[in-house]
Design a protein around this ligand. Structure first.
Ligand code: SF4
Length: 353
């Protein structure tokens, strides 16, 4: 693992270890104060499915949103709020700022990062792309603003397949970055000529096929629902592969009652809300005797805390700023993705295997 990922991961783990959980009394007071301040400052919370359940619930009850990164970006852009509070990781805050340059975008913790973003440093990526100048550069939303600015297309896991299919139909060869597992999945699903950057998500990379097969054999009635950032042998065992929103829609509409979930376990909170009569089990992350780095929960997502949201809104700290020229170029690639999704029908549920 590269040194910046290792260092950032260690800091996140330490931060999470040292922080004490709020009492119910403290949490209620924080929520009350935060709600009043949000009204006063015309602020809204834009929250990812992987953050703490208390933040997800508060975001919804206060008029904000809990969503995948595509919907977060869209919601932030269309919102009438003057301040967007992004509960997630850094690239999500940057995307919100790029699409809403006139809004103030703040985050509870600027150290909340992502192994995909950190593992795709711009100068190395430019060198990689310059060796393959005829390829179209497609990057995942989980990248820095400067990498997005350099790209031809930005995709999220909910729209990557139709966009790559569209590029293939137009005879384009592709560089895909930074998630190699998602890149492999796109290659297999679309048959496109894709050259992958070598990056991975510390959460999804740890799902284990052998243990998953074993769990599946003990629960043959359960459906296996997997995010495409997972390794290929894990994806091969899936009944359904899709983005976080697609995974939620799938479990809510399935007639099955049990599901094995292969993504960050923060998503299970929303699944339980949408399908309260169903049971969810985490896909195994570590082999016999092994230790896991994330144990199915992203240490950077875990850094988000309602107390910090209150503190940064009160003090106006942790503002996300993106230089104008980077923002301008990145916005073109992101807008292209949003426009594509409006033009083409991107299926909500997609059986793949
Ligand atoms: S779960 Fe993986 S892809 Fe998502 S923010 Fe964490 S490290 Fe990045």
């Amino acid at each position: 693992m590269n040194i910046s990922i290792e260092t950032s991961l260690e800091k996140a783990r330490k931060f999470n270890r040292l922080r004490s959980a709020p009492s119910d009394f403290e949490l209620e007071n924080v929520k009350k104060e935060l709600l009043a301040l949000m009204h006063k400052k015309n602020a809204q919370i834009v929250c990812h499915y992987y953050v703490d359940a208390a933040i997800q619930d508060f975001a919804i009850s206060s008029g904000g949103v809990v969503a995948d990164s595509l919907e977060m970006a869209r919601f932030g852009k269309e919102s009438n709020a003057e301040v967007l509070i992004v509960a997630g990781v850094r690239f999500m805050g940057e995307t919100a700022k790029i699409l809403s340059p006139d809004k103030k975008v703040i985050m509870p913790n600027l150290a909340a990062n992502c192994s995909l973003d950190l593992g795709c440093e711009i100068e190395s990526f430019k060198r990689f792309c310059s060796n393959h100048p005829n390829r179209t550069v497609v990057v995942y939303a989980n990248t820095s603003a400067v990498v997005k600015a350099f790209s031809d297309w930005v995709v999220t896991s909910s729209c990557a397949v139709p966009i790559v299919n569209h590029l293939k139909e137009n005879h384009q060869e592709i560089i895909f970055a930074p998630d190699m597992h998602l890149g492999d999945y796109l290659k297999k699903t679309t048959g496109a000529d894709i050259l992958n950057w070598d990056g991975h998500c510390v959460v999804h990379d740890e799902f284990k096929a052998f243990e998953l097969k074993e769990l599946k054999s003990r629960m043959p009635e359960a459906e296996v629902v997997i995010h495409p950032e997972s390794p290929a042998p894990v994806i091969e065992l899936a009944d359904f592969v899709g983005s976080t929103s697609q995974m939620i829609n799938f479990v809510a509409s399935s007639n099955k009652k049990k599901f094995i979930i292969g993504t960050d376990n923060g998503l299970i909170h929303m699944m339980k809300k949408k399908a309260p009569d169903k049971q969810f089990f985490e896909a195994p992350t570590a082999g016999n005797g092994a230790t896991c780095k994330s144990c199915a929960h992203c240490p950077w997502m875990e850094m988000n805390d309602l107390r910090d949201i209150l503190a940064v809104l009160r003090d106006g700290q942790n503002e996300i700023l993106v230089p104008k020229e980077i923002s301008y170029s990145a916005r073109k690639s992101i807008e292209k993705m949003l426009a594509f999704n409006q033009l083409k029908h991107v299926p909500k549920n997609r059986k793949t295997l």
